[in-house]
Design a protein around this ligand. Structure first.
Ligand SMILES: Cc1cc2nc3c(=O)[nH]c(=O)nc-3n(C[C@H](O)[C@H](O)[C@H](O)COP(=O)(O)OP(=O)(O)OC[C@H]3O[C@@H](n4cnc5c(N)ncnc54)[C@H](O)[C@@H]3O)c2cc1C
Length: 477
């Protein structure tokens, strides 16, 4: 049978895999390739936490392929060069892959496609990552949407029925030639050296299981235990009230269509299912925005903010924010959760981002970079949208003048302080009031948590007033 390359990227699964399905339906033997080419991702080469997840996900994919008589052949290098060399030596006729939508990758992929076609190969990409391709949803005048509600209404109206597909028990496989293996250093996933040598990621795996099987288990757990109370539970950082699917979705370990179809088929109340599917809608919207406004990974979508007076960041303050030593417990708990687990609850992401961009008035891109390196679910589209939404500079964003008070937010969403106590065990013995505002009980804190900061790094009232003044100055110009 003729051979086709299946170029795996952020689609690290076998079921519901349109590119794999296409290759098999066209009668090809499949040569599975993963090219690690971070230098082709522009300013956004994957961060350290992301690579730690990727290492495990590639191992899981390779094991699943081996169980079906195939293998994942991994190589570090230039995508065009690697694909052409491998295709040439294996006498392959085609290359199939799943589309990605990050600006540098879209440009790289267009180049790859041209080069492969010029070399006489069939080169075909398909959608396997989103419910809707970014260009398929448009306003009546054909423009991209900038408001989520309107975007989602149109997208929902266009939704087509989902059809599940299971990978066959045996995948007819081809292997790269011996010369290509030697010259390119093709090997198993471990040969890419992505797993950290010093095990700083150990805490990540307490709650996360990278790979397709882990993604399915996370979905089942969510449907069985949390979906029925999602609309309320999703805002409580101490509860396991959300799906935990973000990294699985980012790496394509599960198809978003399957997630939607399984939650919709569940017995959970309709409004709870809708509330969850709507969050997946934000993921779709984020990709829509990044595709149509590619500068927004780094620059304000709302150009009026280009003249905003951000403060030059003070390294000591920034370091306190990054390390979870701001003296504001809900913020520090979030940053320590991130450091330990590679995750942070969405509500707390909003609070730490608000403190940085409003009380500290640091440009949102500084925070986005830190998240990029430390989150296992770091995703260019979702991260840019999240940061710009909180900073007030994005599409359909929270207005800049809405400044979260982290103490009130903590009291509201973590009323018994369980989340703060879990991540700041040194503060656990404090009574409830003091656990949210330790500066109100300085003697007690000195005694039980002598290393915890005495005062917040920013005065919350003053920081808020200064942020509002800067915002008003912007509107006067
Ligand atoms: C400042 C900031 C930065 C963020 N950075 C990222 C990021 O790099 N990667 C990332 O995947 N999410 C990011 N988010 C969105 C959100 O916080 C995470 O998707 C969510 O916390 C993941 O947990 P979950 O899978 O349990 O979510 P659930 O509540 O179970 O939601 C289901 C899925 O919907 C999607 N989703 C949920 N909320 C959002 C949202 N606000 N925007 C876009 N998609 C969403 C995710 O794919 C998520 O897995 C960010 C949010 C903020 C405020």
């Amino acid at each position: 049978m003729p051979t086709a390359l299946l170029w795996f990227r952020n689609d690290l699964r076998l079921d519901d895999h349109p590119a794999l399905r296409l290759a098999l339906e066209r009668g090809f033997d499949v040569l599975c390739v993963y090219v690690h080419a971070p230098h082709e991702e522009g300013a956004w080469a994957p961060g350290a936490a992301s690579n730690a997840w990727r290492a495990r996900s590639l191992d899981a994919l390779d094991a699943a392929l081996q169980a079906r008589g195939a293998r994942l052949h991994c190589v570090h290098g230039d995508s065009v060069d690697a694909l052409q060399r491998i295709a040439h030596e294996a006498d392959a006729r085609a290359v199939f892959w799943t589309r990605r939508y990050e600006p540098a990758i879209e440009a790289r992929d267009a180049h790859v496609k041209r080069q492969l076609r010029d070399a006489g190969l069939l080169a075909q990409s398909v959608n396997g990552a989103l419910l809707h391709e970014p260009w398929d949803v448009a306003t009546k005048s054909g423009d991209p949407y900038r408001v989520f509600g309107a975007y989602w209404k149109t997208a929902q109206a266009q939704r087509r029925p989902w059809r599940a597909w299971s990978a066959p028990a045996r995948i007819p496989a081809a292997a790269p030639g011996a010369q290509a293996c030697r010259d390119l250093g093709i090997g198993a996933p471990a040969s890419l050296g992505l797993a950290p040598r010093v095990r700083w990621d150990a805490g990540f795996w307490d709650t996360s299981e990278p790979g397709e099987a882990g993604a399915l288990r996370a979905l089942r757990r969510f449907i069985d235990t949390a979906l029925a109370g999602y609309a309320e539970g999703r805002d409580a950082p101490a509860c396991n009230g959300t799906s935990g699917l973000s990294a699985h979705l980012h790496f394509g370990e599960i198809a978003v269509g399957r997630v939607v179809s399984e939650v919709e088929a569940s017995a959970a109340p309709r409004e709870q299912v809708d509330a969850f599917v709507r969050q997946l809608g934000w993921r779709e919207f984020a990709h829509h925005l990044l595709h149509h406004y590619p500068h927004t990974a780094e620059h304000n979508l709302d150009g009026r903010f280009d003249a905003f007076e951000w403060r030059t960041s003070d390294e000591a303050e920034l370091d306190a924010w990054r390390r979870g030593r701001t003296g504001i417990p809900i913020i520090d708990a979030g940053m320590r959760e991130l450091w330990h687990s590679g995750r942070m609850h969405n509500r707390v992401r909003m609070l730490v981002a608000s403190l940085l961009t409003k009380h500290m008035r640091v440009h949102w891109s500084v925070g986005a970079r830190w998240f990029w390196d430390t989150l296992v679910d770091a995703d260019l589209a979702n991260n840019a949208l999240g940061w710009q939404w909180v900073a007030g500079t994005g599409a359909d964003a929270a207005p800049y003048f809405r400044v979260f008070n982290p103490v009130l937010q903590a009291r509201r969403f973590d009323p018994d302080g369980a989340y703060v106590r879990r991540w700041l065990p040194e503060l656990a013995p404090l009574p409830d009031k003091a656990v949210f505002e330790p500066w109100t009980a300085p003697d007690l804190v000195r005694r039980i948590a002598p290393d915890y900061p005495r005062r917040p790094i920013v005065d919350l009232a003053r920081g808020r007033d200064e942020a509002l003044a800067a915002y008003q100055a912007l509107h006067r110009t």
